[in-house]
Write a new protein. Structure first.
Length: 108
């Protein structure tokens, strides 16, 4: 669904489309573990991120910027207490030179 443009007091405003899934705050102490070896190999910790929010279809996390993760990158992720599952980076936002915020979509 595309963003809509609306007029508000002679100003045009872009309204983003509604999200497809509700977002939830993570449980205290939970974090995301990423493994780049692939879904068929032994799960090992390659990168750890802070969970910002979770949904049934994905999550948003912050990770160190030293890993060059980009849109379309695939890996296995374990978010909090759930089992590891395949995932893809769907968006990336550099917060500063040290931290990157990632949108992650769980694959079926």
């Amino acid at each position: 669904m595309a963003a809509k443009k609306i007029k508000e007091k002679d100003q045009e405003k872009v309204v983003p489309p509604p999200r497809r899934a509700l977002r939830y705050s993570p449980d205290i102490g939970d974090y995301a573990v990423l493994c780049f070896s692939g879904p068929d190999s032994q799960f090992k910790i390659d990168l750890v991120g802070i969970i910002l929010n979770e949904s049934s279809s994905g999550c948003a996390i912050c990770v160190p910027a030293n890993r060059r993760l980009k849109e379309g990158d695939e890996f296995v992720v374990q978010v909090g207490k759930m089992n590891p599952r395949p995932a893809t980076v769907v968006w990336r936002k550099e917060l500063d030179k040290d931290v990157v915020k990632l949108g992650i979509k769980y694959e079926k």
